[in-house]
Design a binder for this molecule. Structure first.
Ligand SMILES: [Zn+2]
Length: 245
């Protein structure tokens, strides 16, 4: 099962690469077929086997020999690792499947936000659909999810208003995640997005990769906090409650 999740993660990761480069440009993710960005040669299924192709062809296009970025393989690998971790925790279950889709969505949002400083609305729509599916699956959660939705929207609207550090995309993302994770989840994600953001920014500034004046997108921190919640949110909350009581 773990091997299956991993391979599935690689294949979906390959599709995410297409999404990351096409969605911000407004190009359909389904057609036209993938082609080499250098020579324009159509890529066939055998040219797009994740990671394996990169290694077999030394990171070069089979048709024109132009080298392409290792970034594609890294994204595929990262997605596969996320699937593997979800499989370990949830196995072959409803939440196992839903969280895989969600993890891919969060990965895509992060990378587009880092590259283009935007969070496309279409991705939030996908998130809202995931939220709706969870509510349909377990309708007892409906109030929790709707309050989470309202809390996510309110907290980040207020923060955006006062700090000016967040954009409309961040507010919409938090609203969507509120719907998916409910009240407890969205509060966890809020706290940890700032925590992770502070740590990463301090690191980037200390390593002189970024300066204090640079704009750093906030979306990836929200996504990392959401992934943290999927993997060990309940455990962290338990430890925290033990400490304060
Ligand atoms: Zn080529």
């Amino acid at each position: 099962m773990l091997v299956m999740f991993f391979i599935y993660g690689l294949v979906i990761g390959s599709f995410l690469n297409v999404c990351i480069f096409r969605i911000p440009e407004g190009i359909s993710v389904i057609s036209p077929n993938s082609s080499c960005s250098s020579c324009g040669h159509r890529l066939y299924f055998r040219d797009m086997i994740p990671v394996v192709n990169y290694i077999a062809n030394n990171g070069r296009c089979r048709y024109c020999n132009a080298s392409y970025s290792v970034q594609y393989s890294i994204i595929e690998f990262l997605n596969a690792v996320l699937y593997l971790m979800i499989a370990l925790k949830h196995g072959w279950s409803f939440y196992g499947a839903v969280y895989c889709i969600l993890a891919s969505l969060l990965l895509t949002v992060s990378l587009i936000d880092i590259k283009y400083m935007i969070i496309p609305d279409s991705l939030n729509v996908v998130g809202a659909v995931i939220g709706a599916i969870i509510i349909i699956y377990d309708s007892s959660l409906i109030w929790d999810k709707f309050i989470g939705f309202a809390v996510g929207f309110s907290i980040f609207s207020v923060l955006a208003f006062f700090t000016g550090a967040m954009g409309g995309g961040d507010i919409k993302l938090m609203t969507t995640l509120g719907l998916i994770f409910g009240v407890k989840g969205i509060l966890f994600i809020t706290v940890f997005s700032f925590f992770i953001g502070a740590l990463v920014c301090a690191g980037l500034i200390a390593l002189k990769i970024k300066s204090m004046k640079d704009k750093i997108p906030f979306g990836p921190f929200i996504c990392m906090a959401a992934l943290l919640y999927i993997f060990c949110g309940n455990e962290i909350i338990k430890v925290y409650l033990k400490l304060i009581w």
